[in-house]
Design a protein around this ligand. Structure first.
Ligand code: ATP
Length: 256
């Protein structure tokens, strides 16, 4: 039996008088890859912000491995095993690739460590950073400053930092945005590799990425999840076709 890694129960969020998230419920099983899609302004980023703790829901619950995390601070949620990357890169440009990864590892070890324990852990952190270097295929760029990496390499580094702490639930916000087709294909493989066995949620606009990566798709339209199913089922869903997908697929096919 599969266990539920992440669950939303009738989550709502209002900004002022406007309800932006209007009762979202979702169950993501351990090890599943879920793409969250929907038109601009539908509430995808807000949903991510509610899960990762940037916003507290107005009502409803968010559960990580069965424990409520709604209303907790982002760093607390991170230490409970959920890690998130952002659309905006959060790497340190003047540090090397290795140092960036090591920072990611050390940060995840956290404040609870005393200085002596911290020193003892440095060896472990170095080892873990070396492992990550290989996982994201940047071992040949180990000592290169992050600022001197290509855009795609910077995004790979960012994924490395996101998984550095060993979180079991990973949220990636538009991981392939701004990449070429070839880079995107390679990057999907990389994401699959590094998140094997983990639970993955992505916000994604590129339908190629969605269908290449996701076990399930959650379609958000106007603050509601109107469908949550396998890619095949979602593609065939009449409501999704009408609300969103038909026009997107048509547009993307015309563009290629
Ligand atoms: N902090 C905030 N205060 C007020 N309104 C907000 C806030 N954050 C988001 N919104 C509004 O909530 C709605 C949903 O925004 P959100 O960014 O979640 O959509 P999205 O689906 O991620 O869109 P996109 O695909 O364009 O990134 C928008 O109308 C936005 O203006």
């Amino acid at each position: 039996m599969s266990s539920v890694a992440l669950e939303l129960k009738d989550v709502r969020k209002s900004f002022g008088r406007t309800e932006i998230i209007r009762g979202c419920s979702l169950q993501v099983n351990q090890g599943e890859r879920v793409a969250v899609i929907g038109p601009n302004g539908a509430g995808k980023s807000t949903l991510f912000n509610l899960i990762s703790g940037r916003f507290a829901p107005t009502s409803g619950q968010v559960l990580l491995h069965g424990h409520r995390i709604d209303g907790r601070k982002p760093f607390e949620i991170n230490r409970l095993g959920l890690s998130r990357s952002f659309q905006i890169t959060n790497i340190f440009p003047k540090l090397s690739v290795f140092e960036n990864l090591r920072c990611g590892v050390l940060w995840s070890l956290g404040y609870k460590y005393t200085f002596l324990k911290f020193l003892a852990d440095l060896d472990d952190a170095n080892e873990r950073a070396e492992q990550l270097l290989h996982m994201i295929h940047l071992h040949r760029k180990r000592d290169v400053l992050a600022i001197n990496l290509t855009y795609a390499e910077q995004r790979a580094l960012e994924v490395g930092i996101t998984i550095a702490g060993g979180a079991s639930v990973i949220l990636l916000d538009e991981p392939t945005a701004g990449m070429s087709r070839a880079e995107t294909r390679r990057f999907i493989d990389l994401i699959k590799e590094v998140t094997t066995g983990k639970t993955l949620l992505t916000v994604e606009h590129d339908m190629g990425v969605v269908f290449g990566l996701a076990d399930k798709i959650a379609v958000v339209v106007y603050g509601e999840i109107i469908a949550y199913d396998t890619p095949e089922q979602v593609r065939a869903n009449q409501r999704v076709q009408e609300a969103y997908l038909g026009s997107i697929i048509a547009t993307q096919q015309e563009g290629r």
